[in-house]
Design a protein around this ligand. Structure first.
Ligand code: SAM
Length: 230
């Protein structure tokens, strides 16, 4: 089977909730997300932060920042001459992420903006490095290309993107079971596994490095990518 046939987008389950429903749901989740989800995601997030390798003086964007778990380590890495922006659509998540920024003592270089990742409040080419941890797979298949075009706009030609996402590869029993749950409860389980490498390539990124992890039987891909036609 060719690589293209093996990553057929029509085999990816669709996201059947609206952005407004995501906004409301994640605001509700925000108070206990750190207790329930963050420990489950920690190893994958650490792998993403290592691969992104933020450097002193850089401007880093954490898209779909949630409770802002990544902001502290990113702010440490960019140092006092750098800048970190966390963006999230859910007001509740933004509130908790701002508390995280203050608790981490990095308010001098980190901010949180409540905004939609499909229309980022940043100028073209102003971001050196971008992290999307368990966020890209929240967008429905037909809009994934547009979302990645928007992310590429703020990255410009020289930026890099690290995606940490639930993956269809390898398609384990747990991945298939999770997809069934996603179809049964589309409003509450809106993340679903995608073909991470193929999605990035089809949107004009070159995948430089990719790791496949296993979290409770689910496949997670951590990929570092750059705009392909620089
Ligand atoms: C699964 S959580 C991941 C949070 C964090 N990145 C982490 O790894 O713990 C996904 C986050 O994306 C946010 N989100 C969902 N749709 C979004 C959109 N269109 N624009 C910006 N953020 C969005 C949600 O509010 C939520 O906080």
């Amino acid at each position: 089977m060719s690589d293209a046939a093996a990553s057929d987008p029509s085999s990816v389950t669709r996201v059947r909730r609206s952005p407004a429903e995501a906004q409301a749901w994640y605001s509700t989740l925000s108070r206990w997300y750190g207790t329930v989800a963050t420990p489950f995601e920690a190893d994958a997030l650490d792998a993403g932060l290592s691969l992104l390798d933020a450097a002193p003086g850089e401007c880093v964007l954490d898209v779909g920042t949630g409770t802002g778990e990544a902001i502290g380590p990113l702010a440490e890495a960019v140092g006092e001459d750098g800048r970190v922006v966390g963006v999230d659509i859910a007001a509740g998540m933004c509130r908790v992420a701002r508390e995280t920024v203050v608790a981490a003592g990095v308010a001098d270089r980190a901010t949180v903006a409540c905004a939609d990742a499909r229309g980022l409040p940043l100028r073209d080419g102003t971001v050196d490095a971008m992290l999307a941890s368990f966020t890209l797979e929240l967008f429905d298949t037909p809009v994934l290309g547009d979302v990645l075009d928007e992310w590429q706009r703020v990255l410009g030609d020289d930026g890099r993107l690290c995606v940490v996402a639930l993956s269809k590869r390898p398609e384990t029993v747990a991945v298939r079971a999770y997809e069934r749950l996603h179809e049964a409860f589309p409003r509450y389980l809106d993340c679903r596994p995608i073909y991470v490498r193929a999605t990035l390539r089809e949107a004009g990124f070159e995948v430089e490095t990719a790791l496949d992890l296993r979290l409770w039987g689910l496949s997670v891909t951590v990929a570092l990518a750059r705009p392909a036609f620089r």
